[in-house]
Structures are given as C-alpha cells and as structure tokens.
Write a protein that binds this ligand. Sequence first.
Ligand SMILES: [Zn+2]
Length: 376
Amino acid sequence: MSAVDFRQRLRELARFEPSGSPVVSVYLNTEWVDEHQRERVRIFVKNALAEARGRRWADRDDLDWIERQSGTLIGRAVFEDANGAVLFACGSASLRELLPLRVPFDDTFVVDARPYVRPLAGIVDDTPPALIVLADGVSARLIALDASGVTDETVLQAEVPGRHESGGWADLAQSRYERHILEHREQHFAAVAAAIGAWTERYDAHHIVLAAEPRSAAALRKHLPEAVAARIAGVVAGARHESSPVIADRAAGVLARVAQQADERRVDEALADAAEGSTAVAGVTATVGAVNRNAVRHLYVLTTFREPGAVCQDCGALQRGVHFTCPFCGRGTRTTELGEALVERVLASGGEVTTLESHRPLAGHGGVVARLRYAA
Ligand SMILES: [Zn+2]
C-alpha cells in the first residue's frame, strides 16, 4: 500500500459512519526483541478479548477475526518485519482491516462507535515515503520505504574489470589499472546518482538516507543534483551483507529525528501565527470553535491531550466538558474524548493532523494549535 493510499484510508476511517454494531480498534507493538515481549502482547490481546466477550461489547465475529489476525501476527506468520500493526473490525459495516506498519504502537484495544484513528494519524504524517541508499565503490542498493516498511528495492552492480596483466611493465599496468578503477568508480557513482534521482521521483521520497562509508557518501553526493542532495536526511552505517529491513530500521532513527524536528518547528511557527491572530488558533476552546466551522487545515496535538467533551448527535458540533444539549441546534449530545474527536473531524474534513509526544510551548497552550484554511 502506498503512502498516498494510507492517507486516503485514514480519511475514510475518520469519516466512518456508525452502523449499529461497534468498531473494534486494536494497536499492537510487534517490535519484540525477545520472547518475553511477544508473550506480553499475546497476553494483552487475550485479556482484552476476554473482557470484550464477557461484557458483550462487540460482535462475536469481529472479536474472533481480531483473535485470528493478531494470532498470526504474534506468531509471525505474516508481516514479519512490521514493528507495529493496526486492526479495525466492524462486520456490520464490512470493515475488516489489518495495516502492518514499520513503527511500533502502545498496545491499545478500543471498542467504540467509531474507529479509533488518533495513533494512526500521528504515524502516517510522520512516515512519508523515503529512500535508503546503501552504496560502496562497486555496488548500490536502493530501498524504498513508507509507513508500512520496505516497499521496493533494487541492486545496482558496477562492472569493474579485474586485473588481467602482471609481470613485465608491472608498474605501468598498476597505475593504468588504478586510473581505470578510479574512472569506473566515478561512473559508478554517477550512475547510482541517476538511479537515486529516478527513484526519488517515482516514489515521491521526501527524504533520503545514505547507508555508506563517509568516502562513498561524499563521492555520491558530488553526483547528485542540488534538489536531490537537499533531501539527504543523514548518513548511517551499512554493509552489503545486511538485510534491507535491518538497514531500514537503522535509517528509521534518522527519519524519525528529522520528522520530529520538522514537527516542532511547524508548531513553533503555528503558535507564533496564532499569537498574531490571523491564520492559526491556539488552545482548546479556540481550536474546538475552528473545528466546528470546518476551518482547520492542519491540527497539531499532543499525544497526551485528553479531555471530556460532548458531540451533538444531530449537527456534530463539539463542546468542551459534559453537556446534554447542543448550543447550536438544541438536540441531544453524547460524551466523547475531545482529542480523538478533534483528530477525526479534521481528517474527515480534508485537513492534516500531526501528533507530538511532547512540546513545552504547545503544552502551555493546552496541547493544541490549529492552522486555518483562511484568515479568521
Ligand atoms: Zn447540534
């Protein structure tokens, strides 16, 4: 599944219309490094299913499906390189979805009228398509990466001629040989650079991570056009014998740092614009107001933000706190968690959502800031 599809799928989930039976949403951390962690996830799922069955929270078929799917995930029968997985089930609405992802989640099991999308929203925004390039003087491997993991890879191999002659004229032969190798090396890096340019375009790679020795990285950089070189997010170690998922995991650290820094910068900018008061609003009350007007283009919210709220059963308007009637249409409301409701509403109306683990100035503004579609 491509990154574009992920974004589209996320929007569809945010627009989900409740259908009578509830939706089961499950997020799992499948990045286990030992059997103890695997067992922890297995027990988490087992207990959550037992409770949901005991209280008849969800349809039996949906819970059975969740049990089967999570069982094969935990047994590593499928998606063995995924570090996280998301499952949604609501049989009465024909919703059965298993999304393998390259980033882990906190184990979460939610039964509600709607899909629980907030953790997924945070991931999709922070894992745009990227390209990893493992390169040395004679070969290269291009690895395309998106939120789900490695999506494509190819190996490029230079044909460096062997050393044919020896004996007389040895010195001359050696110097010619070295010059020859050097020329070929430059041609190799030029060819790799051309391939990087093509794949960057093909996979819409926002960032490139080089897995190379400093000398090879420098040689390669020389051949990259400015616009492509500007996408290099960092350089990590990498050896030809290593598997693509192993190299991808290493590069993911660099990509996560880049995404986090970009998020923090954009929040700072949004807060500054909110202070000027035209193209952004900060704080819970102002953000709820903007969401009710469908005016939010990009919502930034702390992952820890949680607050009770009310949503109108009729017009969908959100309110902070517990209310029994809607201030706009006077109809009845149901209680909701405001953070999830804001995320859903912004996604459903075509806006973007970024979640942040921590950001002190944002926390000082109640944990939310929103860029508006138009000046308020
Ligand atoms: Zn209303």
